[in-house]
Design a binder for this molecule. Sequence first.
Ligand code: LMR
Length: 396
Amino acid sequence: MFESMEMAPPDAILGLTEAFKKDVNPEKIHLSVGVYQDASGTTPILPVVKEAEQRLLRDETNKSYLPINGLPDYGQQVRQLLFGAEHEILAAGRAVSAQTPGGTGALRVAADFLKQKLGKQRIWCSKPTWANHPNVFRAAQLDVDTYPYLDASGTALDFDRMLDALKEIPSGDVICLHACCHNPSGVDPTVAQWHEIARILSQRGVLPLIDFAYQGFAEGLEQDASGLRAVLEVVPELIVCSSFSKNFGLYGERVGAMTLVAGSQGIAETALSHIKVCIRTNYSNPPKHGGAIVATVLGDAALREAWVEQLTAMRNRISGVRQLLVDTLQQKGVTRDFSFIARQRGMFSFSGLTPEQVDHLRDEYSIYIVRSGRINVAGITNKNISRLCDAIAAVL
Ligand code: LMR
């Protein structure tokens, strides 16, 4: 039965982690998958996560199943982070959440819901977008189309072209937007531009699916939600797929959420009943541990404050590294202007390196970045920066 199968191509991002692990070069550098590393090159478990785990170890009384849509406390905390504790949506009960296995799980549940329960046919993604977006949406039988995002330099937003394309999206279609820290480019609209985007989406009757995987990695928890909240000022219905992989460093625990905002509490609850069917027929109900960690931290004022500090430290380190990369490339004699790297936000930088240059970096220097030229800036340290910049100078 299986012998006629051919090998599937490696995943554009996680396939590189597999290749990196096999590489025997002791000086190899891993800048592909979006995982934060501290100055010493390790991916830390946040102290607040350890503290929450200790409390769970002490207090947890069972390992029974969670409800299909996860821990109720978790959903409430997610909605407060997304919309702000005082938002009218919370008081009106217009939003419902499902705890999902990571942000990817949220995207797949959302896509299944859109296709199976709303009969949606098509979703529009920015060009470029996260390499896995089209795969997830197509796996749910949605057609994927694209709207332009970057200018010819590939390092800045082409807002006019983007807006012109949004005006052409057929009413009733779905659009995938990145709330902040656009993956792969690190290029985000300004708040004023978000208001413009929102106006067009509202006029066209296009349903936003907002991928919010990096809250707290651009400017701060509240500031990073301003795009989403601008859309909510004029668009009454949308879906948010969020994740605690990055801002809690809970990657392997798979902690995400799909949140749906509707026109009323009744409509939201009806929608949730269908979302639960999509979940039950997929993974039944979500894993418990990661969601319990997040709910423990966010439900305790002191732990929450400590989390914000630990998140701020991660964000500040990444901005420092961005500038370090720009400066070191210059010191190494690279004449191309890389100053845009310091302006991009979040974990990633779209470097402008070609696929051939990326291959060259991997084959000659054991430096792993995504073939689109996306560098995980959060993996750069004082220890690897010099070797990295020498290699980039050489391949350029
Ligand atoms: C990334 O883009 O590197 C992350 O979102 C991790 C992943 O699953 O691809």
